[in-house]
Design a protein around this ligand. Structure first.
Ligand code: XIL
Length: 310
């Protein structure tokens, strides 16, 4: 029983949840992770600000806790992430020289991905590098390099550090068709044509109840599969329009989860689905009840929709 067991019985690799150390002392979270999840993504503990808060000084206590919990419970792990403009320490943002930034990226990726070599199913090697309107997102990486080749640096470093992990490019708002999705697909194709190792694409899929992207999501997955990469839904949540819930909204949310999960099931390149949190009260989308379990960790209609979609 459970979501992960059902999706595996249908040939997919996992249903996963975002979590971190604080959850492992709560029986509510632990029970759900054990019964429903086959894969864990560290919600915050592997980010740059957590792992290398000052240059060359690494802190792995929280990330180790996630990896140990996953390993001892037989769960896969999605590493998240090696390069991102958010939760990035100021010392990295202050670098204005390409040679220095190159070696800083290489050292960070080698150290973090190297520590967990052989234990990570897939790494979000780079996160949110596409601008919302298409093109390159402004960041220290894009500014100092002036082009996309900072991606070559981090993907090659990740490959050297953990050759068997699948290496992903991850982004949000690529669940909609449009300029951002087009740029994302082009970036992946260009990486491949330059011989840069990339295996997977992640669509975060933070979306909203009744969202116009949802009926079209199967087409989006087909577009992403057109890169030739494995596709993963990496951070799924479906927020209510406000903090109030009604039975009609809960039913719509359930139907929306079913539509998204069905789209993955109907796309052979789609390997797995991660939900971005366990109970609604823990979600980063504060108060908007976007997850599968309510504030008391009871299954919501959204859970049944997810299950029915598999
Ligand atoms: C969020 C976490 O859920 C929060 O706890 C944290 O305060 C901010 O980051 N895109 C991502 C995730 O790739 O890492 C973000 O996670 C949500 C948006």
């Amino acid at each position: 029983s459970g979501l992960d067991a059902k999706i595996k019985s249908k040939g997919k690799k996992y249903v996963g949840f975002a979590t971190d150390q604080g959850d492992f002392s709560k029986s509510t979270d632990v029970n759900i992770l054990r019964t429903e999840s086959g894969c864990l993504t560290p919600e915050n503990s592997m980010k740059w600000d957590a792992t290398e808060p000052s240059q060359g000084s690494f802190n792995f206590a929280a990330a180790d806790a996630l990896v140990n919990f996953a390993t001892s419970n037989g769960k896969m792990i999605r590493g998240h992430n090696l390069l991102w403009h958010n939760q990035l320490p100021q010392w990295v943002k202050n670098i204005n020289n390409k040679a220095t930034l190159t070696s800083v990226i290489q050292n960070h990726a080698a150290t973090v991905a190297g520590r967990y070599k052989g234990k990570i199913y897939a790494w979000d090697v780079a996160n949110e590098v596409v601008a919302d309107g298409g093109g390159m997102r402004s960041s220290v990486f894009s500014q100092v390099f002036g082009d996309w080749t900072f991606l070559d640096v981090v993907f090659k470093a990740a490959k050297a550090a953990d050759p068997n992990a699948k290496l992903c490019l991850n982004d949000y708002n690529i669940n909609f068709s449009g300029a951002k999705l087009n740029t994302f697909v082009q970036v992946v194709k260009d990486l491949k044509s330059r011989g840069v190792p990339i295996d997977c694409v992640g669509t975060q899929t933070h979306t909203s109840v009744g969202g116009s992207d949802i009926p079209n999501f199967k087409n989006t997955l087909t577009t992403l599969a057109g890169t030739g990469c494995e596709v993963q839904i990496t951070e799924l949540d479906i927020a209510m329009p406000s903090t109030s819930t009604t039975s009609a909204l809960l039913a719509q949310q359930s139907s929306d989860y079913k539509t998204i999960v069905s789209a993955c099931m109907g796309t052979s390149a789609c390997a797995g689905i991660t939900v971005w949190g366990i109970g609604d009260s823990e979600s980063w989308i504060t108060g908007k009840h976007p997850l599968l379990f309510d504030d008391s960790y009871a299954k919501k209609p959204a859970y049944q929709g997810f299950l029915d979609g598999i």
